[in-house]
Design a protein around this ligand. Structure first.
Ligand SMILES: Cc1cc2nc3c(=O)[nH]c(=O)nc-3n(C[C@H](O)[C@H](O)[C@H](O)COP(=O)(O)OP(=O)(O)OC[C@H]3O[C@@H](n4cnc5c(N)ncnc54)[C@H](O)[C@@H]3O)c2cc1C
Length: 208
């Protein structure tokens, strides 16, 4: 059951400039569905979403998902030995096994900053980036220096008139080698399946 109208989780919802994987992509892939087509070591959001879509199709999961179905409650019925779920529309569903996979970042938290409601400009959370958000020539304030800000700021800094970053607690970061393809970083011991057919009986290796 998925509350949204398509799969992808955070990679569906986060579309801010620079959104990308921040660990090497071969490690951010299913071990049984390595992807030789990653364009770079830290591929962008669109590639990860595409990878997830292909996994969904390749493993025959597409028609096993019920979209627009938000689970509001899940209670274990001891007497009946069954999970009883209630969806947002009030539908009741029984299940023998419950696998909660709601993610830990599927609900963004916008800080309650005094006076924020009086701000006259555009204000948005990176998780709700709108494609028509104009950064060119704007004075932009970014609050936070976490994983999203580290990707967003370098992506907008050349277009914006000014970028000010507000940092409460400094974070440790390591240099990120942007160049280099992910396929080259795939451990040789990992079975490397072709992305066009993850379930090919005789998988071709990405390193020929
Ligand atoms: C911008 C961004 C970049 C990230 N980059 C990395 C990275 O590089 N490396 C890394 O290891 N991690 C990264 N993460 C962490 C990321 O959350 C996890 O790696 C991973 O995507 C989580 O997957 P998931 O399936 O557990 O949850 P999600 O991707 O959050 O998926 C949960 C799904 O459950 C649905 N859902 C939630 N509640 C309900 C409900 N009640 N009923 C029905 N459906 C519901 C949501 O709509 C969503 O589609 C990143 C996170 C973000 C936001």
């Amino acid at each position: 059951m998925e509350k949204a109208d398509r799969a992808g989780g955070v990679w569906r919802d986060n579309t801010y400039p620079g959104c990308a994987c921040d660990i090497p992509a071969p490690l951010y892939s299913y071990s049984f569905a390595q992807n030789p087509l990653w364009s770079r070591r830290f591929p962008p959001q669109s590639e990860i979403l595409d990878y997830l879509d292909r996994c969904l199709a390749g493993f025959g999961l597409a028609d096993r998902v019920r979209y627009r179905t938000e689970v509001h409650a899940a209670d274990w019925d001891e007497a009946g030995s069954v999970w009883r779920l209630v969806t947002a529309t009030g539908e009741r569903i029984e299940a023998d096994v419950l696998v909660p996979a709601m993610g830990q970042l599927s609900r963004s938290a916008t800080p309650d900053i005094p006076g924020a409601q009086d701000f006259g400009g555009t204000a948005l959370h990176t998780a709700h980036w709108r494609p028509d958000t104009e950064v060119r020539g704007k004075r932009i304030a970014v609050i936070g220096t976490g994983a999203s800000a580290i990707q967003l700021v370098p992506s907008i800094v050349d277009d914006a008139a000014q970028v000010t970053v507000f940092q409460r607690s400094p974070a440790w970061t390591l240099p990120r080698p942007i160049a280099g393809t992910a396929a080259c970083a795939a451990p040789r011991t990992v079975e490397c399946l072709c992305s066009c057919d993850f379930r090919a009986p005789a998988p071709r290796c990405c390193r020929t």
